[in-house]
Design a binder for this molecule. Structure first.
Ligand code: LMR
Length: 440
C-alpha cells in the first residue's frame, strides 16, 4: 500500500509550510536490533523540531500556516460551473453533499478509488460528493489529468473537484480524509528513515486536519507504515477525536478470507469474523481462532492446524510482497477495493454477528493490548461512521503470543517517532524482522 508521490521537501515548497528534517542520525547495530536515535540538531535556527518536550506537548515538525486557513482550493473545469444543488437535493431526495479529501491523488491506488467514490458505490446512490485532491508539486500535472478524467466520466453525483498541493486548502471542512500518499522505502533506506520521512508528512497533515477539517472528520491512513502514521496524525490533531483515525488493515482481512476460502473449498463470501490483529506489517496476526466458515469455527472446517499456524499466517503476512514481485509495484486495485470496504463498513450497519478489522486507537480497549498505539482490532458499526470494539473474542496462547509480538513492534515504532508525537527524543530500536508486507 505504500505509494510514491509525496516528498516532504518538494510537496510544500510553494506553500508557507516550514519543514525540518534536520535531525541528527546515529545508527548502531545491536544484536538483532537496529538502534537509531533522532535528536534535533543543536545549532540550526530554522529547525522546528524540539524533541525534549513533556509528553503532553505535541511537538511534531511544525507546519505553520501563516495565511488565512479558510482558503478554498481551486475548483477544476466543469466543476466550477454554478448550479442549484440544493434544488436537486430536494427533488431527487439526495443527501447533503459530503467533502472527501484524498491525498496521493495522482497515484495508482487513487486512480482506482476516485472513480468508485464518484460513482456512488461507496457512499450510496443518493450521496452527492465533492472530491478534494491533494498531490505534490511533482505530480501536479498528473493531478490535472485525474481531474480531467473525472470530468469526462459525467458522474451525476460528483459535484465538485478541486486540486491542490496545500493540505490546509484541501482539508477545509472535509468529512472524510483518505490519506494515501506516502513515500515508499527506497534502496538502502533504513526503516527508521522511512518512519521519519513519512511521519513528517502525517504530522503536517494531522495539523492541517486539526486546523480546518470538520470536527468529526473520519481519517483513513493508507500510506505505510500506516499504523504509526495514523498515530502520528492523531497526535497532531488533538481537537479531533482519536477514535476517528483508522489505519487500513482491511486489505489484510480480505486476503485472509480469500486464503481460508481456498483451503476450505468454499466461495469467499462464506468466510466471516476474520480479525487482523496489530500492525499492517509482516507481524500482523490473521486470527483463525475466532474466524468462521459457513457459520462454523474455522478449526472445525480446516483441521490442518499446521497449515493454519504456518502457511496461512505467512501467506497473508507476505501477500503484499509477493504481489510486488509479480507487478513490480505495490498492490493498487485491491487496496482501493479494501478502502471502499473499510468505508462502507463504517457507513452501513455491520451484519448481525459479524465484524470487520480496522487499525484503531487502543485507549480503553477491552483486550489488554497496550494503550496509546494504533492497532488493528475487530470492530462493529451501526453505520453512523463510528464503531465499537467487539468484546466477545477468544484468545489462546498461540494467538496471544503473536499479538504480543506485533504489539512490541508497534511500541518500538512509536518510540522511533517520539519526536513527531510530542513524546521527546526518538529512539529507534526496531526488531530486526520489522518489515512492511511489501518487503521480502
Ligand atoms: C500491501 O499490503 O500490499 C502493501 O502495503 C505492500 C507494501 O509494503 O507497500
Amino acid at each position: 500500500m505504500a505509494v510514491a508521490e509525496l516528498s516532504p521537501s518538494s510537496s510544500y515548497t510553494k506553500t508557507t509550510f516550514q519543514y525540518s528534517s534536520k535531525l541528527s542520525y546515529v545508527s548502531t547495530r545491536l544484536f538483532n536490533h537496529h538502534r537509531v536515535h533522532y535528536r534535533p540538531l543543536p545549532t540550526s535556527q530554522n529547525s522546528r523540531i524540539v524533541c525534549s518536550v513533556t509528553s503532553n506537548e505535541v511537538q511534531a515538525p511544525v507546519a505553520v500556516k501563516t495565511e488565512d486557513t479558510k482558503k478554498k482550493p481551486e475548483c477544476y473545469g466543469v466543476f466550477c460551473l454554478t448550479y442549484d444543488l440544493k434544488a436537486e437535493e430536494e427533488t431527487k431526495s439526495w443527501k447533503k453533499m459530503i467533502n472527501v479529501a484524498v491525498s496521493g491523488a495522482a497515484g495508482m491506488i487513487s486512480n482506482h478509488l476516485l472513480f468508485k467514490l464518484a460513482s456512488g458505490e461507496v457512499f450510496g446512490p443518493d450521496q452527492p460528493i465533492a472530491l478534494k485532491l491533494l498531490g505534490s508539486e511533482r505530480s501536479f500535472q498528473a493531478l490535472e489529468g485525474v481531474a480531467m478524467e473525472l470530468e469526462d466520466s459525467l458522474f451525476p453525483l460528483l459535484r465538485e473537484v478541486s486540486i491542490s498541493i496545500d493540505p490546509y486548502e484541501v482539508f477545509q471542512d472535509v468529512e472524510w480524509a483518505l490519506l494515501i500518499g506516502a513515500k515508499p522505502r527506497g534502496p538502502g533506506m533504513e526503516r527508521a528513515g522511512l518512519l521519519d520521512i513519512n511521519g513528517q508528512i502525517f504530522a503536517a497533515q494531522g495539523k492541517a486536519l486539526n486546523a480546518v477539517a470538520s470536527r468529526n472528520v473520519k481519517v483513513m491512513v493508507v500510506g505505510n507504515p500506516c499504523n504509526t502514521n495514523a498515530l502520528i496524525c492523531l497526535k497532531n490533531a488533538p481537537n479531533i477525536p482519536a477514535k476517528n483515525f483508522h489505519a487500513l488493515t482491511r486489505l489484510d482481512e480480505n486476503r485472509a478470507k480469500c486464503q481460508l476460502a481456498l483451503k476450505a473449498g468454499v466461495f469467499y463470501d462464506k468466510v466471516s469474523n476474520v480479525t487482523i490483529w496489530g500492525n499492517h506489517s509482516t507481524t500482523q496476526v490473521p486470527d483463525f481462532l475466532n474466524a468462521k466458515i459457513d457459520g462454523l469455527p474455522v478449526k472445525e472446517v480446516i483441521k490442518d492446524t499446521k497449515w493454519l499456524e504456518e502457511e496461512f499466517m505467512e501467506k497473508v503476512q507476505k501477500r503484499g510482497g509477493v504481489l510486488i514481485q509479480k507487478w513490480g509495484r505495490s498492490s493498487a486495485a485491491s487496496t482501493a477495493v479494501s478502502i471502499v470496504d473499510a468505508i462502507r463498513s463504517l457507513v452501513t450497519p455491520t451484519p448481525e454477528g459479524d465484524w470487520f478489522s480496522s487499525g484503531v486507537y487502543t485507549a480503553g480497549n477491552p483486550y489488554g493490548i497496550a494503550e496509546d498505539i494504533v492497532f488493528s482490532m475487530p470492530c462493529r458499526s451501526k453505520g453512523d461512521g463510528d464503531y465499537e470494539l467487539v468484546k466477545d473474542v477468544m484468545f489462546d496462547d498461540y494467538l496471544w503470543n503473536r499479538i504480543k509480538k506485533t504489539e512490541a513492534e508497534l511500541l518500538a515504532e512509536k518510540k522511533c517517532v517520539a519526536h513527531l508525537t510530542g513524546e521527546g527524543i526518538a529512539v529507534c530500536d526496531l526488531p530486526g524482522d520489522t518489515m512492511l508486507p511489501g518487503e521480502m
